[in-house]
Design a protein around this ligand. Structure first.
Ligand SMILES: Cc1cc2nc3c(=O)[nH]c(=O)nc-3n(C[C@H](O)[C@H](O)[C@H](O)COP(=O)(O)OP(=O)(O)OC[C@H]3O[C@@H](n4cnc5c(N)ncnc54)[C@H](O)[C@@H]3O)c2cc1C
Length: 176
């Protein structure tokens, strides 16, 4: 099974890692020249990774209907992200307000852990690749078109970009 992940931010990188862990051949497409550009500015460049609160307190601090997120937080907890970073040699620290930061105080160290894991999982990372359209044949998604006109084939597409940037055409295909 070939999976195409669109967007090389934290969600796309983690989706690519997860799909590859399950045995898929994965290509991660990022329109910028490097991965995780926004991640690098988080927490004023230090990246507030997560919270040290336990899950019920964590959920109750989410504005709106936090309970809606129980199932996904059960799948991957705040402790899981800490363990993931530790596995790549990055320790974290707990600061005022239960905020967890990397001990390095650098968001780059967090990004480096993702990049290392992508390599370990043999994810094919392609930067400078903007996806402009989903390719559909016989009402089945078969890949994506890049701005260059190239087609990247894949039977599964994971969209990890903001919806507001998508055209109506994309949305139409995702409802198929
Ligand atoms: C100033 C600031 C500080 C923040 N601080 C924190 C913090 O400390 N802790 C925290 O948890 N969160 C923080 N956030 C929020 C955090 O940045 C986002 O929640 C996170 O980046 C979302 O990740 P994402 O992968 O969903 O999206 P993004 O990080 O936006 O990644 C999406 C990626 O998709 C790429 N892309 C878009 N369109 C296409 C296309 N058509 N083809 C290919 N690639 C495409 C983009 O270039 C981008 O790399 C902060 C946000 C800001 C703005």
């Amino acid at each position: 099974m070939k999976t195409v992940v669109i967007g090389g931010g934290p969600s796309g990188m983690m989706a690519a890692i997860t799909a590859a862990s399950k045995g898929d051949t994965v290509v991660l497409l990022e329109k910028e020249k490097s991965l995780g550009k926004k991640l690098l500015i988080t927490g004023k460049g230090r990246c507030n990774i997560t919270s040290s609160l336990d899950m019920s307190e964590f959920i109750s601090n989410i504005p709106g209907n936090g309970k809606f997120l129980y199932s996904c937080f059960e799948e991957f907890t705040n402790q899981d992200i800490i363990e993931f970073l530790k596995k790549h040699g990055l320790e974290v620290k707990n600061e005022r307000g239960n905020r967890i930061f990397p001990v390095t105080d650098k968001a780059q160290s967090v990004l480096d852990c993702f990049i290392e894991e992508l390599k370990e999982k043999n994810v094919n990372v392609r930067t400078n690749c903007e996806v402009v359209e989903i390719k559909v044949q016989n009402e089945e998604v078969v890949g994506v078109y890049l701005g260059s006109g190239e087609v990247v084939n894949g039977s599964k597409i994971i969209l990890a970009t903001r919806w507001k940037k998508l055209s109506q055409n994309w949305i139409r295909w995702f409802w198929l």
